[in-house]
Design a binder for this molecule. Structure first.
Ligand SMILES: [Zn+2]
Length: 257
């Protein structure tokens, strides 16, 4: 009888351990699991902005951009891989530093069909809030610099030799601007279906991570971590899931058209 009780206890401990492992598994699997590639399918590269020493913007409660973008990227990946026509690749699945050029060259070398770089905004004005979508463009540069002083822009040439290289790099995205804009409009329409969420619209900007990509590419700024209400919303998985599901719907629609 005592022995049976011990057996019962050890089964309980095994089940308890399995439960703990299951609860931890979204974190573990995101690092360990490479999704099997579905042939002849579209490839979406999702870039979780910042990482490692580069925390990005942060809010008063200590929530960081690098953490939010990684969580959102993992949620979005899990939604997109359920679609039969899509493969998904993340530029990072851990808290690590990656240079913007590496994020771009990964998307280019894998011949991605879409490149989405996820970010969260920061502002000196705590009243600023809402989601916005950026596509690559040199227009409105001055306005953009005034509104977003901390952004990493495409590199400027320091000599004539580097000038040709950099302009070739800068021009790579130009051919894809119409398609980037088309994708931006679809995503913007879908995000507007969410209630209690301000959608600020689609904006052009010469962002570094959009420079040099050879496919439709966007930066999504998924809210302002410097706005206290949005910071507490961005800390909730349900909120990130709501945003991710609209982005996933939009990507599905983009490939259907
Ligand atoms: Zn950012």
């Amino acid at each position: 009888m005592i022995r049976k009780k011990k057996d019962y206890q050890s089964i309980f401990y095994i089940l308890f351990t399995l439960l703990v492992l299951y609860l931890l598994s979204p974190e573990l699997s995101s690092i360990a699991k490479e999704e099997p590639v579905k042939p002849n399918k579209k490839l979406v590269v999702i870039d979780a902005g910042h990482g490692g020493k580069d925390t990005g913007a942060s809010g008063v409660s200590g929530l960081t951009e690098k953490g939010i973008t990684l969580k959102l990227a993992l949620i979005l990946r899990d939604m997109l891989i359920k679609k039969p026509n899509l493969n998904v690749l993340l530029t990072r699945t851990e808290n690590i530093d990656i240079a913007p050029e590496k994020r771009v060259s990964l998307a280019n070398s894998k011949s991605a069909d879409i490149f989405l770089s996820l970010h969260v905004n920061g502002s000196f004005d705590p009243a600023q809030k809402g989601i916005e979508i950026y596509y690559y463009s040199e227009e409105n540069l001055e306005l953009f610099l005034q509104a977003s002083p901390g952004q990493t822009l495409s590199p400027k040439a320091e000599s004539e030799e580097t000038s040709t290289l950099i302009s070739t790099w800068n021009e790579a995205q130009n051919a894809f601007i119409p398609k980037s804009l088309k994708l931006a409009k679809i995503l913007d329409d879908n995000l507007r279906k969410l209630q209690d969420l301000e959608v600020r619209g689609i904006r052009p900007a010469p962002l570094y991570v959009l420079t040099g990509t050879t496919m439709p590419s966007l930066v999504i700024e998924a809210g302002f971590v410097t706005n206290t209400a949005e910071e507490s919303a961005l800390a909730r998985d349900e909120y990130l899931k709501a945003i991710a599901s609209k982005i996933a719907d939009g990507i599905g629609e983009y490939f259907e058209e």
